[in-house]
Design a protein around this ligand. Sequence first.
Ligand SMILES: [Zn+2]
Ligand SMILES: [Zn+2]
Length: 368
Amino acid sequence: MLFPEHKFLCALSVSALCRQLEAASLHVFTAAPKTCRLKAVEAPALCPELSVWGVAMLRHMLQLQCNAQAITTIQQTGSKEKLITDSRQVRLATGLFPVISLLNHSCSPNTSVSFISTSATVRASQQIRKGQEILHCYGPHESRMGVAERHQKLKSQYFFDCNCSPCEREKQSSPKGPGREAFCCHACGALLQGGDVLSCGTASCTESVSRDHLVSRLQNLQQQVGMARKLLRNGKLEQAIQLLLRGQHDAESFLSAEHSMVGEIEDHLARAYAALGDWEKSAAHLQKSLRVVEACHGPFSIEMGHELFKLAQIFFNGFAIPEALNTIQKAEEVLLVHYGPWNDEVQELQKMKSCLLDLPSIPVGPNE
Ligand SMILES: [Zn+2]
Ligand SMILES: [Zn+2]
């Protein structure tokens, strides 16, 4: 269902557009521009030709939310002087791609879509057999949300019930990656299960705790991490590290090892140590963050590609040459699948690789 607010906004936008077009008296829209302009002065009604255009525009605008494609780009964050660049996906515009619109959705698609300017490229992200359907993710991906949330999002925007293979599998069994948002037992570390009151899964352990209590602990932790992020931005690195290490200790006592918050803390610690130039500690924390990302998003996910790219930069800056070369290769493999060879990060990796291979003292060759 389209929300009335949404319909109203679309109608308002189209009528504003029509008024603008009329004011500009674009002759493209009217065969007799003079009479049309006269009418516009006399009465508020649009000239008939423009009404036809208006109806067509409104129709297309209402269909946009199902058929349009978000055009995204990867934005590098972090300055060159900081030696470590991070990246995030940002939405640039909305576009219509007639061929991509033909692709059906899967919560675990076999393709990845990327953009260079306004050109979209669809790449196979896994082996596609002859005759097998080419599938694309409309947004709700199995690695980012559970089956109930995905269904709700797909239903409200695209009006269908998803029955792709991950959805069928998750409906029948337990959701994939139960650890990523799970709480664990304070006494023995096993996953806690239950509704309002959670109890330990280990038979010999009698721990139980209310969900509300754990949720409020998680909120406190999120607040602390938010503060640390602010300190990091302001260059107060030591203070940020102290706060993050306390947070890490706290997280270990009630969150599963694959919890997204655990990964976030490790990622921030890696960033703080990198800013201090302590590459060894930075790499150790980023490797922990990488394990969480792999458990949550899978080894060949875009998220994994970006995290591997960061690790490659850390090893590179710390002159850990074998580790750097190894990580560059892994990062390249993942990023090439999603973005192809013209991606900034892929090119940066290639530069790092040739720089390392050119070092005269490093024996690297086919016989090594
Ligand atoms: Zn699905
Ligand atoms: Zn226990």
